[in-house]
Design a protein around this ligand. Structure first.
Ligand SMILES: C[S@@+](CC[C@H](N)C(=O)[O-])C[C@H]1O[C@@H](n2cnc3c(N)ncnc32)[C@H](O)[C@@H]1O
Length: 219
């Protein structure tokens, strides 16, 4: 599928559903690749269960599809039916995507409501957390923790300095919301994450790589 068509759908969804879409453009291929690299950090050797949350038009999905091994499973959870339609079209039309279609499930729903039959080895998230209420961010992070296998990984991004830039031009309550999200993320990331900057994206982004405690860590 042409980049122009995915960008057009993304832009129109930004206008229609700003709160959930969160950005004007899909992630660049550099950011998509950096997110997908989170899966390689999973310590799992056998077949992997991979979850992508908020795939949008498939910027990271493209790289996940390319790296999928024959026994792996990929599940996509996307709240916006227009993005789901576009993803279905990519799985029908693009040869690399078509070749893995039988190992992929697409759920058109909110991640908060996902009932997983088994935990995931790796989670990749494109959710625009800085757009959400503090309680929703806390709930989503708790959902990630619940869905991940002990020792599993999570990769997600946020635009560099976006919270402080937005806070500088916002009123008091919006500033407090952004600052509180910053504190929630700081607590969540402490002691179990590293991050990498992706400059070739608009805007540039941090990718956070989280490794959840393994079974031995809880002993
Ligand atoms: C910033 S866009 C990222 C899209 C894509 N991953 C990328 O990097 O280009 C956020 C995506 O998350 C989806 N989304 C937002 N809230 C969601 C939720 N609660 N559950 C599942 N998907 C959600 C949006 O529809 C959108 O596709």
């Amino acid at each position: 599928m042409r980049r122009g068509s995915t960008h057009r759908v993304f832009l129109s969804e930004f206008v229609r559903n700003f709160h959930t879409t969160g950005s004007l453009l899909p992630s660049s291929r550099f950011l998509g690749a950096a997110l997908a690299r989170g899966v390689e950090k999973s310590p799992r050797h056998g077949p992997r269960r991979i979850l992508e949350v908020g795939p949008g038009t498939g910027a990271a999905t493209h790289h996940l599809v390319a790296a999928l091994k024959p026994e792996d499973r990929l599940e996509l959870v996307e709240i916006n039916p227009r993005f789901v339609e576009l993803l279905e079209a990519r799985f029908a039309q693009e040869p690399a995507w078509r070749s893995v279609r039988d190992r992929v499930s697409i759920h058109c729903q909110r991640i908060e409501a996902l009932e997983a039959s088994e935990p995931y080895d790796a989670i990749v998230s494109g959710l625009p957390l800085n757009n959400f209420a503090v309680a929703d961010v806390e709930q989503i992070l708790a959902v990630f923790e619940r869905l991940a296998r002990p020792g599993g990984t999570l990769a997600f991004f946020e635009y560099i300095a976006i919270r402080s830039a937005k806070a500088a031009v916002s009123g008091r309550s919006e500033r407090q919301r952004l600052q509180e999200i910053g504190r929630v993320l700081e607590r969540f990331l402490a002691d179990k994450s590293d991050r990498s900057a992706v400059w070739l994206n608009f805007p540039p982004a941090w990718v956070h790589y989280v490794q959840f405690p393994g079974e031995d860590d809880n002993a």
